[in-house]
Design a protein around this ligand. Structure first.
Ligand code: NAD
Ligand code: HSE
Ligand code: NA
Length: 442
């Protein structure tokens, strides 16, 4: 039997992901040792309460409430507590003590990424974060390493498992958002505060990370335009299905070149959008994620798989642990973050998209013409108009005759669309604007 040296692994947090990472390290210790050329010795697991129930069996003697002492003398520290503090302080302590750090904490990276990466570079340590985006899907390493010689032009993806799971359940089972979120939480997909998921914050943090890597430009989460799914109703999902679309929370990162000045900028945005039934992203169900990457030389690439879940995410964490461990065995500086392009990050006003607008209107002659004029007055070109066969007034038995109009637009700017919607809202022939969703993937 080969005698390997030991590398000391400290794990911070033993929740959905952490408990699975501990289990994998213990169960597959021999195989991991052979792959790395060193034994990955789990020296301790920092937890809040050593007596709490966990999803996997972690030997009692490994559990400690003292994370700071555990870090000292560790070669690799795996942070899976989540949240900003004490995660930030502990990671800084770990890096400055010379340990490589693995984290799945996109909220922390989105907020304190530059400080953490600078510290890592100064002390010659590495910070790995494959699990922070797309869960189990390899996406960080492909962007950072495999595509390092190419020029990425666009990323379009579903990067939040919880919201994809919720929208899918609304679509397939007619569940409300609240019902579906409760199940997503039970299954370990949701963040500790699920507002991060349904508000689009988690996806925006991931979009910032992806855009930074893809365009070699620091894109903080707050520079990412964000809309969550809280305004998406069961009616929106049903209407989309009827019209041949599905609603998905999309993250879009692209390089936009101004046609006049030829200056390039980066747009990163997250919003719910309609995508056609036949688009590959429409077939991404449950908590799965999918990320399309378009690069100049490679063309379109697609990365697909489990975007959330304890054991699935543990796979990405373990991959990072093995990479870090190999670096300890072989030596060398590792990969530094690259922000050399330093492109401007563009506001949402720099972007144009198609829209689908659902209106409840007066069911009387001349209404269509009035509405068409409103659109054109605000610079938005109408592509399709459909009137629902059964008018809402018939369905609901309302006194006043009303009908539902579904209007598809050509590409329009955010500002023009907002002005059109404001004008529609105050028009006497419009009873209400019941839905405004962007359309992508056509
Ligand atoms: N669950 C997923 O599918 C998933 C996927 C990708 C990334 N992530 C990220 O992984 C991280 C962990 O997620 P999770 O789902 O395992 O969360 P979780 O809430 O299930 O687990 C976190 C654990 O850390 C413990 N903890 C928190 N603060 C602590 C402290 N100060 N000291 C000791 N223990 C502490 C908590 O008690 C909890 O047991 C988060 O950053 C999350 O965003 C999760
Ligand atoms: N809450 C996150 C976990 C994975 O990052 C999600 O649902 O995608
Ligand atoms: Na990943």
């Amino acid at each position: 039997m080969i005698e390997y040296r030991n590398l000391r692994i400290a794990l911070l947090g033993a929740g959905s992901v952490g408990a699975q990472v501990a289990d994998q390290l213990l169960t597959h210790a021999d195989e991991l040792a052979a792959r790395v050329g060193a034994r990955l010795e789990l020296v301790g697991v920092a937890v809040r309460d050593v007596d709490a129930q966990r999803t996997t069996d972690i030997p009692r003697e490994l559990l400690t409430a003292d994370a700071e002492s555990l870090i000292l003398g560790s070669d690799i520290v795996v942070e899976l507590m989540g949240g900003l503090e004490p995660a930030r302080t502990l990671i800084l302590q770990a890096l400055t003590s010379g340990a490589d750090v693995i984290t799945a904490n996109k909220a922390l990276l989105a907020t304190h990424g530059p400080e953490l990466f600078e510290t890592a570079e100064q002390v010659g340590a590495q910070l790995y974060y494959e699990a922070a985006v797309g869960g189990a899907i390899p996406i960080i390493r492909p962007l950072r390493d495999s595509l390092a010689g190419d020029r990425v032009t666009r990323i379009l993806g579903i990067v939040n498992g919880t919201t994809n799971f919720i929208l899918d359940r609304m679509d397939k089972h007619g569940e409300t958002m609240e019902q579906a979120l409760a199940t997503a939480t039970e299954l370990g997909y949701a963040e500790a505060d699920p507002t991060a998921d349904i508000g689009g914050y988690d996806a925006a943090q991931k979009a910032g990370i992806l855009a930074s890597l893809a365009f070699h430009t620091l894109v903080p989460a707050e520079a990412v335009y964000r809309e969550g799914i809280t305004e998406v109703s069961l009616d929106d999902v049903r209407a989309a299905r009827k019209a041949g679309y599905v609603v998905k929370l999309l993250a879009i990162c692209e390089k936009i070149v101004d046609p006049l000045t030829l200056e390039a900028g980066v747009s990163a945005r997250v919003y719910p959008a309609l995508i056609p039934d036949e688009h590959p992203l429409a077939a991404v169900h449950g908590a799965n994620n999918a990320v399309f990457v378009e690069a100049e030389a490679a063309g379109p690439l697609m990365f697909y798989g489990a975007g959330a879940g304890g054991i699935q995410t543990a796979s990405a964490v373990l991959g990072d642990v093995v990479s870090a461990a190999r670096r300890h065995v072989v030596g060398g500086p590792g990969v530094a973050e690259s922000t050399h392009a330093n492109l401007p990050v563009l506001p949402i006003s720099a972007v144009t998209t198609r829209y689908q607008i659902t209106l409840r209107v007066a069911d009387q002659p001349g209404v269509l013409a009035t509405i068409a004029t409103l659109f054109s007055e605000h610079g938005v070109s109408v592509e399709t108009v459909e009137q629902s066969v059964v008018s809402i007034s018939e369905r609901e038995g309302a006194a006043e005759p009303a009908a539902t109009l579904v209007i598809g637009t050509h590409e329009a700017s955010d500002a023009d669309l907002a002005a059109t919607v404001a004008a529609l809202t105050t028009s006497t022939v419009v009873h209400s604007v019941t839905g405004v969703l962007r359309v992508e993937g056509l």
